[in-house]
Design a protein around this ligand. Sequence first.
Ligand code: SF4
Length: 63
Amino acid sequence: MKAIVNEAECVGCGLCVDACPEVFEMNEENIAEVIADPVPPEAEESCREAAENCPTGAISLED
Ligand code: SF4
């Protein structure tokens, strides 16, 4: 699985980092960045949760 953050839609809430720190990190501009590609199998569930709960729908997932 691969996670993608649409930087233009990210509002820097940090929720995805809280939900799945294995995959997401905030950068200097307070935008979420993907730090694990592909998503490690053990982080897939929390990564899906992060994508579902992102308030702006900025996270997309690909198989
Ligand atoms: Fe950005 Fe969404 Fe992550 Fe919040 S949950 S930091 S809006 S990608």
